[in-house]
Design a protein around this ligand. Structure first.
Ligand code: ATP
Ligand code: MG
Length: 416
């Protein structure tokens, strides 16, 4: 797992794949020169064999955490995961950090998610504790040699996602692997081997022992990937969706819609999954359950609440359409409408409007609360109502100046 890119005082440094790779080679070399066995391990080996750029590099080694820290220096290492044998080694600019982990064997898993403790052991046992064969490969970057204890190379070649060992036992140890199975199958485009798939379906309901934050992390990865439709289809047919998102009912139309989204952020993708199935209150419950930030939660709910608000946008009064068009989530809302209703005139209409200059799209208001206060309007709910009426009249070009706005306020107060 990657914590973050290397940072400077000014924030994140862009990761450069070639720098990351070179740094991961240097680490193996340094460990070797110090007399330790060391390989690249897991996802980075899989991705490189598939011709993909790895997100990050993991190194597995015979060195124990103290030895790793001694070798790379305490200032260039983080020992957050040391109890599990994991040390993060910080790289030079653009190289990020590499997780260096001691070969280990996991003890029993009594909570269905984490091993009770780990014992340092051999590469073979380290491969066996990993989740899927294609994630259980080692690679020696110096000899350019793959080390395969689990049959991962064949599965990689044949496009098969297969649990290492007995699937039921492996999923019972760590139930997050149920969701990982779906994620890897979808994102790699691999079919899930029969016994592995059977175990996922059989045990799907048990996914709820995994923390909601961790479930949300997996959902984020799945829904923002280009394989999101396949991931959602698999979540539906394995029964995992019933367990983690009972609000959702899968069907061809929804898959088509989410497939049409182009590089969506998580809130947009989630809104697309839920749109038409839930109201904003139920959407908020899903977001709260997954502990999403207020910002993301508000975006999901706003999208669901405003999907229909664009109906008839082409002939809507400007004062009704303008607040939607200038809202922060408008691009997401248009993307959602276009995905759900391709060729819909409302989205095209709004996109044309969005080309107007900002001072036309969202002119400064003619009156503010301070103005109302100055003319002695008592504080209260009336304030907002008056300001809204004045703003609507301004946008609809019924009034053009502060004086006209104040006159309208007088009129409205007299009427009320
Ligand atoms: P990604 O591209 O998502 O990073 P990855 O395979 O690198 O995929 P990580 O979560 O970064 O996945 O984990 C690195 C490696 O650690 C995996 O390839 C796998 O070998 C092992 N691993 C990670 N999580 C688990 C787990 N829950 N159970 C068993 N092995 C795991
Ligand atoms: Mg990884």
């Amino acid at each position: 797992m990657c914590f973050c890119g290397a940072t400077t005082g000014r924030g994140f440094v862009m990761l450069i794949p070639e720098n990351q790779r070179e740094f991961a080679v240097d680490i193996v070399e340094k460990l070797r020169n110090a007399g330790f066995e060391a390989y690249w391990a897991g996802g980075c080996v899989r991705d490189r064999l598939l011709g993909r750029v790895p997100k990050d590099y993991d190194v597995a080694t015979g060195a124990v955490p103290d030895e790793i820290r001694q070798l790379f220096g305490r200032r260039r290492t983080l020992a957050i995961g040391a109890a599990f044998g994991v040390i993060h080694v910080l790289g030079p600019k653009g190289a990020g950090q590499v997780e260096v982990a001691t070969f280990r064997r996991d003890a029993a898993y009594s909570d269905g998610r984490h091993p009770d403790n780990v014992t340092f052991s051999s590469p073979e046992e380290d491969a066996a504790r990993r989740d899927f064969t294609v994630n259980g490969l080692f690679y020696d970057p110096i000899a350019d040699e793959v080390i395969d204890f689990v049959g991962g190379r064949d599965d990689l070649q044949n496009g098969i996602l297969r649990a290492i060992g007995r699937p039921c036992e492996r999923f019972a140890e760590d139930k997050l692997r149920l969701l990982r199975a779906v994620r890897f199958s979808a994102t790699l485009g691999f079919s899930i081997e029969a016994e592995t798939l059977e175990a996922v379906c059989k045990m799907a309901a048990e996914i709820t022992v995994v923390s909601p934050e961790r479930i949300a992390m997996e959902m984020r990865e799945m829904l923002t990937s280009s394989a999101r439709a396949e991931a959602v289809r698999l979540l539906g047919c394995t029964g995992l969706a019933d367990a983690i998102l009972p609000e959702f009912t899968t069907g061809e139309p929804i898959l088509t819609v989410i497939n049409r989204l182009e590089v969506p952020g998580f809130p947009l993708a989630l809104a697309a999954v839920l749109c038409g199935l839930v109201d904003t209150a139920a959407a908020r419950q899903v977001c709260n359950r997954w502990r999403l930030s207020n910002k993301e939660t508000d975006r999901v709910c706003w999208l669901i609440g405003h999907f229909d608000a664009l109906d008839g946008a082409c002939s809507m009064r400007w004062s009704a359409l303008q607040p939607i068009v200038v809202a922060e989530g408008i691009e997401d809302l248009l993307a959602l409408r276009e995905a759900a209703l391709p060729g819909c005139p409302e989205a095209a209409h709004c996109r044309a409007i969005l080309k107007r200059p900002p001072e036309v799209l969202d002119p400064p208001p003619l009156l503010t609360g301070d103005d109302l206060h100055e003319i002695g309007v008592p504080q209260g709910p009336q304030y907002r109502l008056l300001l809204n009426r004045v703003r609507a009249a301004q946008l609809d070009e019924e009034i053009h100046s502060r004086d006209e706005a104040l006159k309208l306020v007088d009129l409205l107060i007299m009427e009320s």
